[in-house]
Design a protein around this ligand. Structure first.
Ligand code: LXE
Length: 640
């Protein structure tokens, strides 16, 4: 062995054995707020329509499309020689839904098919609820017409389920319902929903189709079960909604408006969303709130603040701002007003007389992009709304303290999209903040590229497609700092939450999905490891070097009593870290650890490439945690 080889071996042995000692203080500095870890949601990358929202049909009600165009027929195809077109019906189904799908049926079996959101999951253990509206606009048929609703393979070769419904000969809009129970599950999601007519030739107008699988916890007009379950498995405390840029609208007219999202589906016009597709608003304010409650979360609800993403801003005058402030007031009243108020009465009529929990309202989204007008919009909204809702904490959405707003915000929502390295280095970000009562919501954050020049690019421009292991470890390092500063950081959420694998306006996303699968990213697992092991009180410990590669946080859990150690290693070299715990421990500690190569991602092709592994390790008051390169570890050490 040459001398240089010997030196290399010794050096690597030293690197492997690199020892760091962390002294953990037995006196807690602050409690962990119960809101700390949660979810940020908006309809982006079909995370709502086609994602969390359970509806399986795309373009189900021809909302906001231009009649007569090919685009208006998106997701629909004729079946068996029918001709189809979207028309502005002379007798609209409702003022909100003026468009109809007109089907001209020739002799034989013909009708229309819908491809779903790039596929339909046909599952033999589910019963689907299908419905649509119809009317015969011309000559009425002499007797009932049989319509057959089916779930079929895209080639049409396999019929998985079908059911007949009778259509009475009427020129008035009539809704029909049926259920579909597949005799077998489909091998893939390349399936269509079809409605065909037989023994009828002529014209039939149809509107507002719907196809629902069983929803999460049976919620009416509710959520897709596997996606909601994946979110529940994160143990989230809050749900920020409905945006994000998507509340803003590209114009003032296309902003998100709560009142267009509640009540019967026939009264919801839908809107041109901010993210380049039409939102059905089937996932409306009431559906959000009921689901948030089912999930055991609390809302962080945004109101529109007078600024649209396209640059239109409401002018600085009381008259100009008043209608928007009033609409926001009504939105809050719908959530928390008692049943003697119009909003509370409307909520009660929908099935929820009790007010929903609402502790946090966010005034806009990313108003740092219109700071000069936020200077008058913020006080206008605050001065009107805070006195009416004194128990609600209103959050400002600019850069922190920039611009300087009056009245002084009690809380800010700030957003961080950056490199893994930035997140590690900035884990100390909140350490120096004044403790003056102001609290902070890290409402959006994610490591999105290793290259700073890609940060504002499109997904094709060097951004991660899916979260990568080095990104997730960087986020974990940052989250150590959030726990350390949880006396002032009351909430934090990765963003965006969900993205369809082929329909992204933004990457990476915490969860990817398509019509059949949900793919949990490395960052999902990191979020889960923090959220499920959040503990009750923060125990100060030796400071990590922010320019180093090891980051940690230690909390105490009340029941069962335990120390919970979190450790992130953002470097390639393995390290051992000894935590000198402040009290005697006993028995076995539980280690949950995720590690991988820095560029590893969980993808549709290999969804379980990197997953956390749980094991049992000996507990010691000097607790040694072995951290592989690019790893996050959570060690739960029982207190004696
Ligand atoms: C900031 C905004 O609030 C989100 O809608 C976007 C995607 O997460 C991000 N640019």
């Amino acid at each position: 062995m040459s001398f240089s080889t010997l030196v290399a071996i010794l050096a690597s042995a030293l690197a492997c054995a690199a020892q760091t000692t962390v002294v953990v203080n037995g006196t807690a500095s602050h409690n962990i707020p119960e809101t700390l870890w949660g979810l940020m949601f908006e309809d982006i990358s079909h995370s709502g329509d086609g994602g969390l929202y359970g509806e399986l049909l795309q373009n189900r009600a021809f909302q906001e499309v231009t009649p007569g165009t090919v685009a208006a027929l998106a997701a629909w195809t004729p079946v068996g020689g029918a001709s189809i077109a979207v028309i502005a019906d002379s007798t609209p189904l409702s003022s909100a839904l003026p468009n109809a799908l007109q089907i001209i049926v020739p002799d034989g079996v013909a009708g229309v098919g819908n491809m779903g959101f790039w596929g339909i999951n046909v599952n033999a253990s589910w019963t689907y609820n299908a419905s649509f509206f119809f009317r015969f606009p011309d000559t009425l048929p002499s007797s009932d017409v049989t319509a057959t609703a089916s779930l079929v393979s895209a080639s049409g070769g396999t019929v998985f389920a079908s059911a007949n419904v009778s259509l009475s000969p009427t020129a008035d809009w009539t809704q029909v319902f049926t259920t579909l129970t597949p005799s077998a599950s489909a091998p893939d999601t390349l399936n269509n929903f079809t409605v065909t007519f037989k023994d009828f030739s002529g014209t039939i107008n149809t509107a507002l189709f719907s196809l629902f699988p069983p929803t999460f916890m049976g919620q009416e007009n509710g959520m897709r079960a596997d996606i909601a379950q994946a979110l529940l498995d994160l143990g989230p405390s809050f749900f920020r909604f409905p945006g994000g840029n998507n509340i803003e609208g590209n114009t003032i007219a296309t902003r998100w408006q709560w009142n267009n999202t509640v009540g019967p589906l026939t009264s919801r016009p839908g809107r041109e969303g901010t993210w380049s597709y039409i939102n059905t608003d089937g996932l409306g304010l009431y559906e959000y709130l009921v689901w948030i409650e089912l999930m055991g979360m609390q809302p962080i609800m945004a109101i529109w603040s007078g600024f649209s993403l396209g640059g239109q801003t409401v002018a600085n005058s009381p008259d100009a701002l008043a209608p928007y402030i009033e609409q926001a007031r009504q939105q809050i009243e719908f959530v928390v007003g008692n049943t003697s108020t119009p909003g509370g009465a409307l909520r009660a009529s929908l099935g929820h007389p009790e007010p929903f929990t609402l502790n946090f309202v966010e005034v806009g989204n990313e108003d740092q992009f219109a700071p000069s007008t936020y200077l008058y919009r913020w006080p206008a909204f605050m001065n009107a709304l805070q006195p009416l809702f004194p128990d609600i904490r209103f959050l400002a959405t600019t850069f922190i303290f920039n611009p300087v707003l009056g009245p002084t915000p009690q809380s800010y929502d700030s957003h961080m999209y950056d490199t893994p390295d930035w997140f590690a280095k900035n884990s100390i970000m909140y350490d120096g903040f004044l403790r003056n009562g102001t609290t902070y919501f890290e409402g959006e954050y994610a490591a999105i590229s290793v290259n700073p020049s890609d940060l504002f690019g499109t997904p094709a421009n060097g951004r991660f497609t899916f979260p990568t292991m080095n990104g997730s470890v960087g986020e974990a390092a940052f989250m150590m700092g959030l726990e350390r500063n949880a006396d002032i950081v009351f909430a934090a959420s990765y963003a965006p939450l969900l993205g369809h694998v082929t329909q992204n306006q933004w990457t990476p996303n915490l969860l990817a999905f398509d019509a059949g699968a949900v793919i949990k990213s490395t960052s999902y697992y990191v979020q889960q490891m923090f959220s499920l092991n959040r503990g009750d009180a923060y125990l100060p410990s030796t400071r990590a070097d922010p320019s180093g590669t090891l980051f940690w946080s230690v909390v105490q859990q009340n029941a069962p009593p335990a120390f919970i150690i979190k450790l992130a290693n953002t470097g390639a070299d393995a390290a051992n870290v000894t935590f000198q715990l402040p009290a005697a421990v006993k028995g076995a500690a539980r280690l949950v650890q995720i590690s991988g190569n820095p560029t590893d991602s969980n993808t549709p092709e290999s969804p379980d490439k990197v997953v956390p592994v749980t094991s049992s390790v000996d507990a010691g008051q000097d607790m040694v945690v072995a951290a592989p390169g690019f790893s996050v570890s959570v060690v739960t050490v029982p207190i004696a």
